[in-house]
Every structure is written in C-alpha cells, then in structure tokens.
Ligand binder design. Structure first.
Ligand SMILES: [Zn+2]
Length: 349
C-alpha cells in the first residue's frame, strides 16, 4: 500500500503572503488557481502579489461554486497541459473540487483553507455531489497544506467551533473502530489509531483554549491535518469517522436546515460518548465547554426531532460499517437520552 503524506506544510500568520515563495521552493512555477466563492475579492490581491514576486505563472484561474462531480471532471480535462500543480483557496467546496481534479489528473494539490470547519482540507477523500446526492469519493491527499492563521482568526467563529467538533469525534470514532474489530473482526490499524488519538489529545491538553488565539488555532489546524493523515495511513475513514459521523450525515438529509458538519458531529460525539460509556466522555464535555462550543450551540441549537430521526437512520448511511449504533437496544437508549437528558438540552431544541 502506498501512503502519501503532505510534504509542504505551513501553518502560521500571514502565510498567504509567502505562497509564491513556498511554490517556487517546490519547483512549481505553472499553477492552476481555484478560488471559493467570494475569496478572490477577499484575498486575491495579496495572493497575486506573492505569486508575481516569485514569478509563478497562473495558467488557469477559476472561482468554484459547486462540488458536482461531473463539473469537476469536465473542468479537469480543460486545464492546460503544462499545469504543474493545483492550488485551492477557500472553504470545503473548492478544496474537495480540486482534490478530485488533482486525483483525476495525477497532479499535486496545495490546499489553502480559509476556514477550518472540518478535516477535509488534509484528507484523502472528497465530498462531491453525484447525481444530486452527496457522496464521499476517493481523491488525493494534498501535497501541500498552507494555512494563514490570521485569516482563520478573522473567519466567523462557528467555522472554528465546527473544526473542534470534528476533532473531538476521534475519541468516539476510534472506539467504534475497535468495537468493530472485536465484534466483526474488522482489521484495526494501530498506528492510525495512535495518530488520531494523539491529535485530539493535543487539543485537549492545550491550556489556553481561546479560539481567537493564534497559537491555539495553529494547534487545531495541525491536529486536523493529522486526522487526514490517519485516514491515509489506514486507507479508510475509520480513524476519523464513527457513529457520530453517521448521525451527522443522516441529519444533513433529514433536517429542514442542516448546520455545519463539525457542529453536528460535535453534538453527536457528546451523545455517542455517553452511549459508549467512553472513558473520554467527561473530557469531551469539558473541551466543548472550555472552547465555547456549548455556549454557541445553546444559542444555535440543532433540531431535536430531526436529530432523533437521524439516530434511527444512521446505521443505514454506510454499508458494512459496524458501530455502537448497530445494536437496536443501544439505539433506543440513545434516543431516550436525547429526549430526556437535561444537559443535552443545550445542543438541541
Ligand atoms: Zn468529519
């Protein structure tokens, strides 16, 4: 099995001003540049100055508003043949779009997320729309991840809360994976488990959990990269995604107004960790409190009825994916918990 790991990794304030220098160092001088919606207006200028001053040629430039698989394929094959690397700057959509295009064309991709709402900017999969339905596709793990923490600091806080929710779910995901190992003899990759758990432990043990703190943001970004790498190492989403993710995916299709991936995942992680009798249940609760996640959710709660429906539907989201929710009694216990637990009332209404 071939494992690739991001080679170019820069997470620091004002990294965007140095992108030209980073690309030149890697000998990429002709790139295709893809922006997310509204990003060119926001960051196009410093980016252009940086690329210009390092004499990087932008041979194709486009703003992406879709992650439809057919659009990606069409666009990939119209790229000029002399492109050496694809650069994606923006949110999840443009990064997913470019990861898949890079996979088709076998080109390196450099992802420059402008918010950190999930681990997608450094993961080997891409979430795309195929025939009107959201699907996870195999794609390429980015060759480079460049994150300007000043840009992240200025992004709306719910994106960062979402990233924290996605990160804390490694505890419940790994628990489900090990459970599947015991019950279904599914192979568990210990090294992948180590990376995943270390990533979330690092965030947990950081003292000053202030989401506008550049050092804390740098740490979260690094941990999300590790989550992506854990998936690459095991060749599956297991180290990063368990029953809490299944609930979130189901909620997305059921709720009248879905929230952000990581916000849904964070809420589901709290509930699932209770169900699993997970030793980290209280750690999870404390992290969500200390970072401000709980406070934000209490003002922007998820829809309780949809959440309960999502729990019921969750085991059907992925085939052959054994989790704590595969047991019918467990499912009933969790629904009861969501209905009655007073503290959980912070997350849903
Ligand atoms: Zn996730």
């Amino acid at each position: 099995m071939e494992i690739s790991i991001p080679t170019l990794l820069r997470i620091k304030p004002n990294a965007i001003y140095k992108i030209g220098k980073y690309l030149r160092k890697e000998r990429f001088t002709r790139i295709a540049l893809f922006y997310g919606t509204g990003i060119k207006e926001l960051l196009g200028e410093p980016l252009a100055i940086s690329l210009d001053s390092s004499e990087i040629q932008v041979v194709h430039e486009e703003t992406i508003a879709t992650n439809d698989a057919e659009e990606v394929i069409k666009s990939a094959f119209t790229l000029p043949g002399n492109v050496q690397a694809i650069v994606a700057i923006g949110g999840g959509k443009v990064v997913d779009y470019c990861k898949y295009a890079a996979f088709i064309l076998q080109l390196p991709i450099i992802s420059m997320p402008t918010s950190i709402s999930n681990d997608g900017f450094a993961s080997p999969g891409a979430s795309l729309v195929v025939n009107g339905k959201r699907k996870s596709q195999k794609a390429k793990i980015p060759f480079g991840v460049v994150i300007d923490t000043e840009v992240i600091r200025k992004s709306p806080e719910f994106y960062t809360f979402s990233g924290i929710g996605d990160l804390v779910s490694k505890y419940t995901a790994v628990f489900d994976w090990k459970l599947a190992g015991r019950v279904k003899q599914e192979p568990v990759n210990d090294f992948s488990v180590l990376i995943s758990i270390n990533a979330v432990d690092m965030m947990v043990s950081y003292k000053h959990k202030e989401i506008r703190d550049l050092e804390f943001l740098r740490l979260i970004c690094g941990c999300l990269v590790m989550s992506g790498v854990a998936m690459e190492v095991s060749g599956s989403s297991r180290p990063a995604s368990g029953s809490e993710h299944l609930i979130s995916h189901a909620y997305e299709t059921i709720a009248p107004q879905p929230s952000l991936h990581g916000l849904q995942v964070g809420v589901a992680t709290y509930a699932i960790s209770w169900l699993q009798n997970n030793p980290e249940h209280h750690t999870i609760k404390k992290v969500l409190e200390d970072t401000g996640f709980v406070n934000y959710l209490s003002q922007n709660p998820l829809d309780k009825a949809s959440f309960i429906e999502a729990i019921k539907y969750a085991p059907n989201v992925k085939e052959n994916y054994y989790t704590v929710l595969s047991d019918k009694d467990n499912m009933a216990r969790l629904i009861d918990f969501v209905r009655k637990d007073e503290y959980f009332g912070n997350f849903v209404r």
